[in-house]
Design a protein around this ligand. Structure first.
Ligand SMILES: Nc1ncnc2c1ncn2[C@@H]1O[C@H](COP(=O)(O)OP(=O)(O)OP(=O)(O)O)[C@@H](O)[C@H]1O
Ligand SMILES: [Mg+2]
Length: 249
């Protein structure tokens, strides 16, 4: 592990939340996730630490939905201009806002009952959360998992109820797909986690929220359709959106 990563995880060691880093779970586009041994007093066996990469190591996304959300992150136009002008100060502020967004969404959705990893602590560019997995390693993403056809309808139903709970909390994930869902097929009582939330948007303020919702639902449905599930993602989205607008969720 490089010294920068060590520095990023040090606060969690100092706070007696973790004792050591065990292995890298995955190095993604924006962050690296580590499996950590939890401190005995923390009440957990393992914890997951998501450490955002420094800007020079990563490329910020450039799609319209992300751009819109980026504009919303700023409460202060001077800071936004600093970022848009490419100043180092602006880039650093932008980076911290982005990490902070994931932490805020995680907390808000956890409180709303959505099946996200339990948020434990944030410090600088790192987030510590429940590790969804066990001794043998992390649970697979839905993309990697071999879901038996008979389990597909139940998982799809659970996912839809999670999407509904998110919207009830005025939140649309914005990047929901089989890559950002973890599943534990051996634990029918707790088979799902929704992860990767920095780009989530507030449905009350983001003009793209409805389109993003339909995109999330449709992307996930395509996976379940191949396993024999029959549903209508456009109708599900329309109905959900209507009930949310009428405050009926
Ligand atoms: N709480 C967790 N418990 C177990 N594994 C996790 C947890 N959070 C993330 N992971 C693993 O780390 C991977 C990357 O996490 P995440 O999607 O949040 O980061 P990312 O930088 O956006 O990665 P990507 O570019 O792959 O989307 C996930 O695909 C998953 O395998
Ligand atoms: Mg991801």
């Amino acid at each position: 592990m490089d010294t920068e990563t060590k520095d990023a995880l040090e606060p969690f060691i100092d706070l007696a939340l973790i004792t050591e880093v065990l292995y890298t779970v995955k190095s993604g586009k924006e962050a690296t996730v580590y499996a950590c041994r939890a401190h005995p007093d923390s009440g957990y066996d393992f914890l997951a630490a998501k450490v955002y990469k420094h800007l020079r190591e990563r490329s910020f996304r450039n799609d319209a939905a992300y751009q819109e959300n980026r504009t919303q992150m700023y409460h202060n136009t001077r800071m936004r201009r600093a970022y848009e002008n490419g100043s180092e100060f602006g880039i650093e502020v932008h980076f911290m806002l982005w990490v902070g967004q994931e932490w805020e969404h995680l907390n808000k959705l956890y409180k709303a009952g959505v099946y996200v990893p339990v948020p434990v602590k944030s410090a600088g560019r790192a987030i510590l959360m429940e590790y969804y997995g066990g001794e043998d390693g992390p649970c697979p993403t839905l993309q990697q998992a071999k879901v038996p056809r008979e389990q597909a309808p139940g998982l799809w139903k659970l996912l839809k109820s999670n999407i509904e709970m998110m919207l009830q909390a005025d939140c649309v994930h914005g990047d929901l797909s089989p890559y950002n869902l973890l599943v534990d097929l051996d634990d029918p009582s707790d088979p799902l986690r929704v992860i990767d939330l920095p780009q989530a948007v507030d449905a009350r303020f983001n003009p793209n929220a409805r389109d993003m919702l339909e995109h999330d639902v449709t992307t996930c449905y395509r996976y379940f359709e191949k396993l024999g599930v029959r549903d209508n993602p456009a109708r599900f989205t329309a109905d959900l959106w209507r009930r949310w607008k009428r405050a009926e969720l």
